[in-house]
Design a protein around this ligand. Structure first.
Ligand SMILES: N[C@@H](CCC(=O)N[C@@H](CS)C(=O)NCC(=O)O)C(=O)O
Length: 210
């Protein structure tokens, strides 16, 4: 398998974190990583567009030659394809709740946060749009409040006692947001504590640059 990826970008990062979490649990991934330099616009060149018509990262190339072009689909594929301890719970109800939470974090926080960064200080050179950034920052507050309430019951990770895909997604997007040097978390004690604790864990600490 080949993983086309790029450092810092949040969707590739959530896959990288997911792989690191499972490696820390003893799983073995035979994946070649290939960087596509988005700062140089390589994701929009024919070579990458042939892998993914949308010109985005990450992309997982399977041994069959097929491409998976959505980060969550890549994670779900790896859940099934790589044996060993998993990040998703075994039981149907817990598994559904974990997936539900991951979706909430992606749809209510991560998507807006990604746009927020591009409106503030885009690493891809998009023109700033500060009014839009403000609008997004306000909307993100609701999602962050939701996570703060979840963590308020004393759980260590967003999904419960163990790291899950939700933690990978949230941590990846918070790292991306730090690129703008703004703070959207504010005084949320539980979220600040989780953020620091998550990034300092041996399984993932070498992956955080910001
Ligand atoms: N829904 C896709 C989104 C992928 C995406 O937007 N990737 C960004 C990096 S986080 C990208 O490649 N941006 C480059 C561009 O849009 O030119 C996923 O979850 O993988």
């Amino acid at each position: 398998m080949k993983l086309y990826t790029v450092p810092l970008a949040p969707n590739p990062m959530r896959v990288t974190l997911y792989v690191a979490e499972r490696e820390a649990l003893g799983c073995e991934f035979d994946i070649e990583r290939i960087t596509v330099n988005t700062l140089k616009g390589r994701q929009r060149e024919p070579e990458h567009l042939a892998r993914n018509s949308w010109g985005t990262l990450p992309v997982l190339e399977l041994n069959s030659g097929q491409f998976i072009t959505e980060s969550l689909a890549i994670i779900h594929y790896l859940e099934n394809a790589i044996s060993g301890p998993s990040l998703l719970p075994d039981q149907a109800e817990e598994r559904a709740l974990a997936r539900n939470l991951e979706r909430i974090i992606e749809m209510r926080i991560a998507l807006d946060m990604g746009q927020y960064v591009h409106c503030q200080k885009s690493p891809l050179g998009h023109a700033p749009d500060l009014p839009r950034a403000q609008e997004l920052a306000q909307r993100i507050q609701l999602g962050l409040d939701y996570v703060e309430t979840l963590l308020g019951d004393g759980r260590q990770f967003v999904e419960g006692p163990n790291p899950g895909v939700s933690d990978c997604t949230l941590a990846a997007f918070l790292q991306f947001m730090r690129f703008t040097e703004t703070d959207l978390i504010g005084e949320r004690e539980a979220l600040c504590g989780w953020d620091q604790m998550y990034r300092e864990r041996d399984a993932v600490k070498s992956l955080f640059m910001l």
